[in-house]
Design a protein around this ligand. Structure first.
Ligand SMILES: C[S@@+](CC[C@H](N)C(=O)[O-])C[C@H]1O[C@@H](n2cnc3c(N)ncnc32)[C@H](O)[C@@H]1O
Length: 274
């Protein structure tokens, strides 16, 4: 068996019947370890959840289901906690939360189309996997979450949120790529977009502080834009920290998700109350 890549992909391992046969030689600090591949990801199932669901919104950016699952695992393993995705888009995070067994799931978005898309995808998923969990969807600007969750008269009543897991609005992908590929475009338009995103994320974290329980955790993607040989971050640590949240750091360093050639790099961050 030969491959151009030094690490065999899950597809190659499965298609060539290499489970329980592929040997891995791992060099550690002091010695070598030998391992056998006993399982690989279910790439077919991930692919179906990504591509075959009824609604996909390429304009808003598509979060891979695998990444959504990693973010949920990072947030908590306690499936009884109340979870919210406040930028739910077409519902990728909500779908994966259902499959992982979360029982109290909320999704909000400023767009009526996003709420309708999420509903269609959730109905499709429920049917495909015979799931019973209920997802509550509401139309809301992220800045107004307290009206829904933190008021006895709000739609959800007085409901404390324990986990927020979200990929926020990251700038209009089409407009961003137009500015970046246009020779005449200065950095100004891109910098304006970054500034607007920073404001949105600051407002979002202020809003989260109003609706979350004291033990709450947030997993939030901060995009960074790759432009003219530099990477411009949207994470303003000082501003976000001033809203009452503190960042937790992974022993592995920054958690970056990026594919070659992408304009947007995703920085996956974890937060708890100060
Ligand atoms: C990147 S998409 C989320 C994609 C989602 N993770 C998915 O996989 O479908 C961002 C979403 O943020 C929503 N949005 C933009 N501004 C918002 C705001 N101020 N409050 C709430 N939602 C907003 C957009 O309508 C869009 O659906």
């Amino acid at each position: 068996m030969t491959s151009r890549e030094s690490i065999l992909s899950s597809v190659i391992v499965t298609k060539n019947n290499l489970l329980n046969k592929e040997l891995l030689f791992l060099k550690t600090a002091n010695n070598w370890q030998i391992a056998v591949t006993v399982a690989v990801q279910d790439f077919d199932d991930y692919g179906q959840r990504d591509v075959l669901r009824p609604e996909r919104d390429a304009k808003s950016g598509m979060l891979p289901p695998k990444l959504a699952q990693m973010m949920l695992n990072l947030a908590s393993t306690d499936k009884n906690l109340t979870l919210l995705d406040p930028f739910c888009g077409s519902g990728t995070i909500l779908q994966e939360a259902m499959l992982l067994g979360f029982k109290n799931i909320y999704g909000t978005d400023i767009s009526q189309k996003a709420i309708a898309d999420s509903q269609a995808n959730i109905d499709w998923l429920k049917n495909k996997y015979t799931l019973k969990n209920k997802v509550n969807l509401k139309l809301s600007d992220v800045q107004n979450l307290a009206i829904i969750f933190n008021s006895p008269r709000g739609e959800a009543g007085n409901k404390e949120i324990d986990l927020i897991v979200t990929e926020p609005f990251m700038g209009d992908a089409k407009i961003l790529s137009q500015h970046i590929s246009s020779r005449t475009a200065g950095g100004n338009q891109v910098n304006d977009i970054i500034l607007d995103l920073k404001k949105l994320y600051y407002q979002a974290f202020l809003s989260f502080a109003k609706i979350c329980s004291t033990k709450a955790r947030i997993v939030f993607i901060f995009p960074a834009i790759n432009f003219q040989n530099q990477t411009i971050a949207t994470l303003d640590k000082k501003a976000i920290t001033s809203t009452g949240w503190q960042q937790l750091h992974s022993p592995l360093g920054e958690l970056i998700y990026q594919r070659p050639g992408q304009i947007v790099t995703r920085n996956i961050t974890l937060w708890q109350r100060q």
